[in-house]
Write a protein that binds this ligand. Sequence first.
Ligand code: BG6
Length: 489
Amino acid sequence: HNETTISITVVGASGDLARKKIFPALFALFYEDWLPEHFTVFGYARSKLTDEELRNMISGTLTCRIDKSENCGDKMEQFLQRCFYHSGQYNSEDDFAELDKKLKLKEEGRKPNRLFYLSIPPNVFVDVVRCASRHASSPTGWTRVIVEKPFGRDSDSSAELTRCLKQYLSEDQIFRIDHYLGKELVENLSVLRFSNLVFEPLWSRQYIRNVQLIFSEDFGTEGRGGYFDSYGIIRDIMQNHLLQILALFAMETPVSLDAEDIRNEKVKVLRSMRKLQLDDVVIGQYKGHTKGGKSFPGYTDDPTVPKNSLTPTFAAAALFIDNVRWDGVPFLMKAGKALHTRRAEIRVQFRHVPGNLYKRTFGTDLDKTTNELVIRVQPNEAIYLKINNKIPGLSMRLDRSNLNLLYSSRYPIEIPDAYERLLLDAIEGERRLFIRSDELDAAWAIFTPVLKELDTDKVAPELYPYGSRGPVGAHYLAAKYNVRWGDIG
Ligand code: BG6
């Protein structure tokens, strides 16, 4: 009979990402009835675990978002009964052939679709893809593979990875994930821009003075130093998460909402970007700091990080799009670990009102009177617009107020995790939020030259204390373009 079933294999099942994000996201989808009726989840990793041990390992991280009633416990049990484990090496064709046998048993003669999530270090991507495609791909249905960054370290290594993957998979089988694209407010960017007349006409150099993309975390690389040290913050956050947001923010109107139409526009705008210049980058690295009797370790205190590491844990950059819409508008990015707060946001600073009648009322600091649109991706999702407003009363005094769309008050529901959106899309074959290979090439082209220069010139990062606002150099960079960071004062 022609009923279908889906087998989802999480390769690297005992890793952090799998336990914290992927299994919980799969459960959330199951819990809310988004998964097809027939599905099986397999964990694949090198450790020898039984099915029961896998279930125990993941059950602690599954949560019931909506109701915490007994129903939840039942659902969890039902989900766990569909989870299995297969232990194998990442480069063993035999082990994947064994996996295939187990998958077939669970598929019970239905037409199988197979999804592999590679939650593994990049040095085994190609091995797994080779073994899985040769021995465990679906005989009659589709086979898709989700891969997560790092996609190489620069243009050449990324192109090489793509070339290797394409020996075994076609482009439409590869789902390159950037989990920021699955965040609610990032997905909403296109809605905001293209379905609101009040924004669309303002979206250009004519009215926008600068755009800021800000990412900060209030914790260091704790425990991930080994990975982080060979990548650094520019590759970890800017070249992917922030650049993806920039592309959605700045692209031209797509012909339709189809994945290819959207990705064509993203590629176009990325290709219009100037390569990042060394003097438009500031890098920093956090150092140990004691605050309130508590001491916080510096980046190089991590035993997995070399003592003399120059890897940046903070960077600020000024980027430019040389096209008709954005000519001369600085797109400032700032990303850092171990800063004073955890936040990701987009800030759009508009130009001054020409001949403002109220200039005198405001005094001379015009910067304090310009409109600013803030899209707070996380935490506490919000979209707000700073406007000038009269303070009620008999005198004419103005201040800057917020038109505020706070998600928690307008939409009192739990916002799904990015991985839920993205896993569901991969299951449904929706590619809109995944990175196409030409997009990846264009993204690397912007950052590769400067990354090489930072390496060869051994540029030393400016040290900043753990928990601070980051290196002061970021302010000089903004000032060079007559900009102030909107998130500070
Ligand atoms: C990952 C980075 O891609 O994103 C991490 O590798 C970072 O360094 C993380 O901490 C942040 O994601 P989120 O969703 O917690 O903001």
